[in-house]
Design a protein around this ligand. Sequence first.
Ligand code: TYM
Length: 329
Amino acid sequence: MDIVLSGIRSTGKLHIGNYFGALKNFVKMQHENQCYFFIADYHSLTTHPTPADLHGSVKQVFAEYLACGIDPEIATVFLQSDLPEVSELYLLLNMNAYIGELERTTSFKDKVRLQPENVNAGLLTYPVLMAADIIIHRATKVPVGKDQEQNLEMTRKFARRFNHMYKVDYFPEPTAYNFGKTLVKIPGLDGSGKMGKSEGNAIYLTDDAKTITKKVMKAVTDSGPTMQDQEPSEPIQNLFTIMQAVSESETLDYFKDQYKNCTIRYGDLKKQLAEDIVRFTDPFREKFEDIYSNNTYLRKLVNEGAEKARVSASQTLKDVREIMGFKAF
Ligand code: TYM
């Protein structure tokens, strides 16, 4: 049995990239493993949300997790900010994390480009906090999308460094996990890059049918194939990748064949894709409304989750303090 942990930042709503990158795998794993799923609300502070935004999106994302099929009876579901042990481990790990390696991470460089007016220390040490989230439960498998691969590499490095510095074999080295073997990157609808909350190219799980259709019909395409068996351009390949996630395989094959023999009509492709996304997200929306409106239930789960998560977190922190030399006289 593995210890599995995954998390999502509470920056806005969940999109289908989050689902296929992290949630889908987690939901499949929760029955056979010891599973933790949490909301990274401290991490979301790196983009300076207002208190109202922070509060609102934590509740939104928590309800969305449950609507996706995470079962709080089996998995431990909690908020990052409910575990003071994580902040302490983060502080301790920061002493052995170096500015150079943190500045070199792709996600930091991306953020510097995206928010040059707000390059805060939290952004720089983002991978350290993420490592603390993971190793505080001594997790071994972390279901995430392709974009988190480097952060997982950093987590392994910090775990290894700790073991090496203190001559112990305490922290396991966790790996990024996907059932399909390779990590997933769901592209956006704007023709290039991944689907993301800040990129404005996402389909959210709570979008209604009309919104989904409108977004898909506006997706970037090209002027169409001109030669038999031509390789699709990036915007078209992106639509095929989303289709591969939400549609039947015959549907994808049909449109790929049409592309190959140059008979494809992008309007038809988009119409089909929109229908399949709506069908795929329908059950989610129904469950979400019910869960979101039940405040008493949500509050109870958050409290129970915090209590459960603190059992392993406090044990790890106790061990770590002892290993590092914080002991009673
Ligand atoms: P976040 O909130 O950006 O994304 C949450 C999860 O969704 C995945 N994801 C995607 N997967 C495939 N295609 C996409 N277009 C796509 N967009 C997002 C991400 O890979 C991620 O798995 N740093 C994390 C939150 C975090 C965390 C952790 C995760 C903090 N501590 C510890 C795991 C373990 C983040 O910002 O994810």
